[in-house]
Design a protein around this ligand. Structure first.
Ligand code: HH2
Length: 270
């Protein structure tokens, strides 16, 4: 899944694709580089971000969704927590709602997805973006996130979304310390086993990568986290993730290709 951020302030690429033409071109480049889905977002959810009004978010994303649906040749997902934005994107031809609030912010978003027969990704976040990084705590991060996702899956099913249309995401970086993120990735098979629907993982360029690779307490900047991202992509896929959300599709698609080749060789040798 390739990320198309139509925002002025996203943490790694804010402002680069705010113009619809640039966003569409970027989406097409992601597909050419191997993305199988495009995730269009009009609101940054970086730590501390202020919410964007629905009208503004809709204004940013609708023209981009419309044009990518017409030209990209892959399903388009809409990265939003808002009912009206999801509805407008689905009307414009989007096929999936990627909701980082898992239906907690505007529960009607679940009904909107259900009525459209759309796919729905429920992601874990502790609280809301503005405050989520203020001393996040868990009893056991993997169990707590797994329980949360199971509960949100039940809510999505109760709203009428088909089981086949659902996926979950542990929400790397959303109300988690560096240690929480690393533990979630290392113990991903537990999340995968409990979920019983495809698991999506989004590590791309996130702060924990910059922190691990940083020097003397200074994080590696977001535009130098691509190699670190690939290491997490390989690990996540090998531990059972079915979808990975990335800003740069080429290295991730190459990692997928190599993993598939190694799996085929393993199967042939068995
Ligand atoms: N991460 C971001 C946004 N949406 N959706 C899912 N399912 N999983 C993620 O890990 C995820 C997500 C944050 O990345 P980005 O969109 O690049 O940044 P920003 O929120 O600042 O726009």
């Amino acid at each position: 899944m390739g990320v198309v951020n139509v925002t002025p302030d996203s943490f790694s690429d804010g402002g680069r694709w705010l113009e619809p033409d640039l966003a569409v071109t970027h989406g097409l480049e992601l597909v050419a580089a191997g993305a199988d889905v495009l995730d269009v977002g009009g609101e940054s959810t970086r730590p501390g971000a202020e919410p964007v009004p629905a009208d503004e978010e809709r204004r940013r994303i609708v023209p981009v969704v419309e044009r990518l649906v017409a030209s990209a040749g892959v399903p388009v997902s809409i990265d939003t927590t808002k009912r009206d934005v999801a509805a407008a994107a689905l009307d414009a031809g989007a096929a999936i709602v990627n909701d980082v609030s898992a239906g907690r912010f505007e529960p009607e978003v679940l009904t909107v997805a259900a009525n459209a027969g759309a796919g729905y990704i429920a992601m874990h976040m502790l609280g809301a973006p503005r405050t989520m990084q203020q001393d996040p705590r868990y009893d056991d991060v993997v169990r707590d996130v797994g329980d949360f996702l199971a509960e949100r899956l039940r809510a999505a099913l109760a709203a009428g979304i088909d089981q086949q249309a659902l996926a979950v995401d542990p929400g790397i970086g959303f109300g988690k310390t560096i240690r929480h993120n690393l533990e979630l990735l290392a113990r991903l098979p537990e999340i995968v086993a409990e979920a019983r629907v495809p698991v999506v993982v989004g590590t791309s360029r996130k702060r924990f990568i910059g922190a691990v690779l940083g020097d003397r307490g200074v994080d590696l900047p977001a535009d130098e986290r691509e190699e670190g991202t690939v290491a997490t992509v390989v690990l996540a896929l090998d531990r059972g993730a079915r979808v990975i959300r990335v800003h740069d599709a080429r290295p991730a698609a190459q990692a997928v290709q190599l993993l598939e080749a190694m799996r085929a060789a393993e199967a042939a040798a068995a």
